[in-house]
Write a new protein. Structure first.
Lengths: 526, 458
């Protein structure tokens, strides 16, 4: 073949890295060292013993693998390549997760000794920069939420939901209604952590299901609310991308019963600067720094949570609070009504700084541009997806959706027997994610796409083309779909061993214990 | 040719021409038309009142770094601060791995295209399991405080009892979290230590059919290791209760795992294992149990397990017993699960792989020797009393009562000498932390400073 190179096909010929890397214990070679430890000075060794008393001493060192440094590095770098980070794919298939761009400059900024080498209990005079960014970030989120006080202590969205529920519980205990208010009301399309954290806090959970518009009606709320209701826990727009326009009336209803309203703003990306917790009258809300505010998702954390509340709830927020007094940033610990510590110290500082830098790179107009970009991309995607035979977007389409859509392949499934999960495994062959965890499964054969503002029209087209192609394949060559993935790190896995206590293997040592033939094999190799 | 300056580098479709073509495709005039679901009464008027943006990367970096430069890192002082966040060495390979885009920006993909993340976290579970000598370790939860809170909630669910006997000193921040978290399901009975160890006689008196668990930390808040875990395990088990033990995994190269003494649930924080201090923002929590469904099914966290695939010799991974979780069952699941601290778990996996068995023994011995040397040196100072025991690991308490000086005063005077002597835990007591980062010279400097500040040698 001579130049020129032929035109590329429409669909990317992707092959995921496949290193076939053993489990690290299998790489162990007795005597190798990965890193050495600072040696004890001779004078110290002459003065004191380095051994623990016999009653607590470990006699046999832990059976960790022994590897040289480069082999450890290589092992984990190979594993790193066997992931599709947001930096590598058109990451719109993990709907609800807001897989936007995490700017590299923010990663670079945080990798400084002046941040990673700070101790939380060092002299606050020597940590004014850290305290300043925490305080500034609180101020930014006050304006973004419209509420009066912010805590950045929690390390994830669910943890912030917990913090808000604990705040609600503390408020009612303080006003003497802690015993009588024992119920919360949420919706089935609000994140399951709302229901689960409320239950953990001791509340009975009432869950409303959507009507034909995709959300529960005001009447449904009226039918379950009472003087036992402590709070509303709701996402809006929910994971369907449908905004509930009656939200203010719902919040007012809760207030008329003396209950509080808490807004899960994990889905805030499409409404930044458009509408806020304040406008709908919410008492509390939370944001995820790792979704809306761009901090990297880090394989599942650390993220960052921001709990925002009105003035009357400020005193219950986790402590300490970071305050400003005459250009000094101070730590306020004397807060007797606070729910105390929800997480260590001040929260996930690297992510607070990243999120601060992200907001400061955009400003008020920029945040609105983010929201508008996310909504534009989403509706562009929606119109294109609905043109794919077999795909639909359940619930009313009287208004455009906000930042994401929960779609359905039910029509395709009924014609071909191919499930959404099977389609997902085939999509992986093109180097794209397709999330299969759509709790709750009330939309049949669901898939959820959230394009955020980060992807260009061309990249959205690439994803659409992949879905269209796989849907066609489902009709014309279903075996190809059913046996996918073909170009991935590994092939279809056998799930049966994951739910049987006698067979599951959560650690290497449990695997060796349960499957002696493997242990025998390892012994023979050595 | 014109280049619009309104296009933000993070928002490709903010280019006016692209935007217009997409709006045309949708058949609407402005983006505002896409917000028709949001009633006008709920709309923000005007633009959010935020500081003006640093749109170019250069100005942004300059601004943020100028703020960060107001901080003084531990490396430019002599620091003996601990009490929850610890100053340990982080090998370069750890940061190299966790800063990779592929790990840093991955999230919730399936075990096919995110195979590497599943394997790395399975290896994390497995490496931790060797340290604690138990067969089950969770994918990290938020932090050690959460791990303790959940361990005790598990004890309540397993025993259907509600009392927790707290038999060692617990870090007050951790206790705040644990008690608030469990306030509707648990009661805590504090049993003060006797001669720095759990008071078995007092514990015996409190053990009854309401006790879900005996709870201790080793090392405890004051850095003291517990010497009679086996006895406490027996007492708990004879009473139908559990023994829940908090540890710092950095100690487990030299410290016998509480599992060998009969502990039922072991928990702790992994920050010591290759995660920087981050102003207290670098924490992850682990919970370890035996491979018994009665315990495993009560864990809220994800558990990544091995699977076979269609190809011989290929490892697959998946979620073990997913139906326990709040993802599957909402409020009927065990507490909840979500984004937590996975990347820190990978950091800990890299750290433990680098250290190996010999490295974990070495670091334990270095910490013990330097801690003892510091206790010995500070013990020479008149007016200063070291609460000394052969069972101190990394931390110990100094009492300044006899010096007539307050802890605050001594700390301030040390700070003016560029030393952080430790954490004030009462008006007269300071908790001193010594890690492998504190050299003999650092310890001698602290000793010399304290002699100057509070008096001469004994």
């Amino acid at each position: 073949m001579t130049l020129p190179v032929a035109k590329k096909p429409t669909l990317r010929r992707f092959q995921q890295a496949k290193w076939d890397e053993p489990i690290i214990f299998e790489l162990s070679k007795k005597g190798e060292r990965g890193v050495l430890v600072s040696e004890i000075e001779p004078n110290i060794l002459n003065s004191v013993s380095k051994e623990l008393p016999a009653e607590v001493r470990r006699e046999v060192p832990p059976a960790l693998p022994e590897l040289g440094q480069m082999r450890v590095l290589k092992h984990f770098l190979r594993l790193s390549q066997e992931n599709l980070g947001a930096d590598l794919n058109v990451d719109i298939g993990q709907g609800t997760c807001t897989m936007k761009y995490s700017p590299k400059i923010n990663d670079q900024i945080i990798r400084r000794e002046e941040l990673y080498d700070l101790h939380p209990l060092q002299d606050p005079e020597t940590a004014q920069g850290a305290l300043q960014i925490i305080w500034e970030m609180q101020e930014l989120l006050k304006e973004i939420s419209g509420l009066d006080a912010v805590s950045l202590q929690t390390s994830s969205g669910s943890s912030a939901i917990w913090s808000n529920i604990a705040t609600i519980r503390a408020y009612f205990a303080d006003i003497g209604e802690g015993e009588t208010r024992d119920e919360v009301i949420t919706t089935i399309f609000s994140h399951p952590s709302n229901a689960a954290a409320a239950k953990t806090a001791g509340y009975k959970v009432i869950t409303l299901h959507p009507g034909e518009k995709g959300y529960p009606t005001l009447e449904q709320y009226k039918s379950v609310i009472s003087n036992r209701t402590a709070a509303l826990l709701i996402t809006n727009p929910e994971d369907t991308g449908i905004f509930n326009p009656e939200i203010k009336e719902i919040v007012d209803l809760f207030h008329s019963y003396g209950a509080l309203a808490s807004y899960d703003q994990a889905n805030a990306n499409g409404i930044l600067g458009i509408t806020r917790a304040k406008e709908a009258g919410f008492d509390l809300c939370h944001f995820n720094l790792h979704k809306t505010f761009s901090t990297p998702h880090a394989c599942g954390g650390p993220g960052g949570g921001a709990s925002c509340v009105t003035k009357k709830l400020e005193k219950y927020l986790p402590k300490p609070h970071v305050i400003k007094n005459q250009n000094k940033f101070l730590i306020e610990e004397d807060l007797p009504l606070s729910i105390g510590k929800v997480s260590p110290f001040y929260g996930v500082l690297p992510n607070i700084v990243r999120a601060y830098a992200w907001i400061m790179s955009l400003g008020g107009e920029g945040l609105r541009e983010v929201a508008e970009g996310a909504v534009l991309n989403n509706n562009y995607l929606l119109k294109n997806i609905l043109e794919i035979p077999g795909a639909s977007a359940p619930y009313t389409n009287q208004h455009p959706r906000i930042e994401q859509v929960r779609y359905s392949w039910n029509e395709l499934y009924e014609k071909t027997g191919i499930t959404s999960e099977e389609i997902g495994l085939r999509v992986l062959d093109y180097g794209m994610h397709y999330w299969t965890s759509h709790h709750p499964f009330i939309v049949p054969q669901p898939f959820t796409l959230e394009p955020t503002e980060s992807y260009s029209r061309e990249e959205l087209d690439e994803y659409i083309n992949v879905l269209r192609s796989v849907a066609t394949e489902a009709r014309e060559n279903p075996t190809m779909v059913k046996t996918a993935p073909h170009n991935q790190v590994v092939h279809q896995t056998e799930h049966a061993d994951l739910d049987d206590p006698a067979r599951w293997a959560i650690t290497w040592r449990a695997y060796l214990r349960k499957y002696p033939e493997v242990k025998e094999r390892m012994r023979n190799v050595k | 040719m014109s280049f619009p300056n309104s296009t933000h580098p993070y928002i490709p479709n903010s280019d006016p021409e692209t935007k217009k073509s997409m709006l045309d495709f949708l058949g609407v005039k402005t983006v505002d038309d896409l917000y028709s679901a949001i009633p006008s009464a709920l709309r923000v008027e005007g633009t959010l009142q935020l500081p003006s943006a640093f749109k170019d990367e250069q100005s942004l970096a300059k601004h943020v770094i100028s703020i960060l430069k107001k901080n003084t890192p531990q490396s430019s002082r002599v620091s003996f601060l601990g009490a929850g966040t610890y100053n340990h060495y982080v090998p370069a390979v750890v940061d190299e791995v966790i800063n990779r885009s592929e790990f840093l920006t991955a999230y919730a993909g399936d075990p096919y295209e995110d195979h590497g993340r599943f394997q790395a976290l399975f290896e994390y579970e497995s490496l931790m399991a060797e340290l604690v000598n138990m067969d089950v370790v969770n994918v990290p939860t938020y932090d050690g405080m959460q791990a303790a809170a959940t361990s005790l909630a598990m004890a309540q669910r397993i025993t259907r009892r509600k009392k927790i006997l707290v038999v060692t000193e617990i870090n007050p921040d951790k206790f705040s979290k644990v008690s608030n978290y469990n306030q509707t399901r648990l009661e805590f009975v504090n049993i003060p230590t006797k001669d720095m160890q759990p008071d078995t006689n007092a514990i015996k008196n409190e053990l009854n059919s309401e006790v879900a668990a005996i709870w201790l930390d080793t090392p405890n808040y004051f850095g003291t290791l517990c010497a009679n875990i086996e006895q406490l395990a027996k007492m708990a088990h004879q009473n139908g209760s559990l023994l829940v033990v908090g540890v710092d995994p950095i100690s487990l190269g030299v410290l016998q795992s509480p599992a060998e003494c009969g502990a039922d649930i072991i928990n702790g924080d992994i920050q010591s294992l290759g995660i920087h201090s981050w102003f207290g923002g670098g924490h992850g929590g682990f919970i370890a149990v035996n491979d018994d469904p009665k315990f495993v099914m009560e864990l809220p966290s994800r558990l990544f397990g091995l699977e076979s695939t269609a190809v011989p010799g290929e490892y697959g991974f998946g979620d073990v017993a997913y139906e326990r979780t709040s993802f599957a069952l909402r409020e009927e699941g065990k507490e909840w699960v979500g984004t937590a601290a996975a990347l820190w778990g990978i950091a800990a996996a890299v750290f433990l792989s680098l250290m190996g068995p010999r490295g974990m023994v070495d670091i334990g011995e270095t910490i013990i020797a330097r801690t003892r040397y510091a206790m010995q040196k500070l013990g020479e100072i008149s007016g200063l009393n070291v609460l000394n025991s052969p069972l101190q690991f990394r931390e110990f308490v100094i009492d300044l009562t006899l010096s007539g000086k307050s802890a605050l005063d001594v700390i301030n005077q040390c700070r003016s000498r560029n030393i952080e002597p430790g954490v004030r835990i009462s008006d007269s007591k300071i908790l001193v932390c010594v890690t492998e980062m504190n050299s003999e010279t650092d310890i001698n400097n602290l000793h010399d400073a304290l002699i100057e500040i509070i008096g001469g040698r004994k």
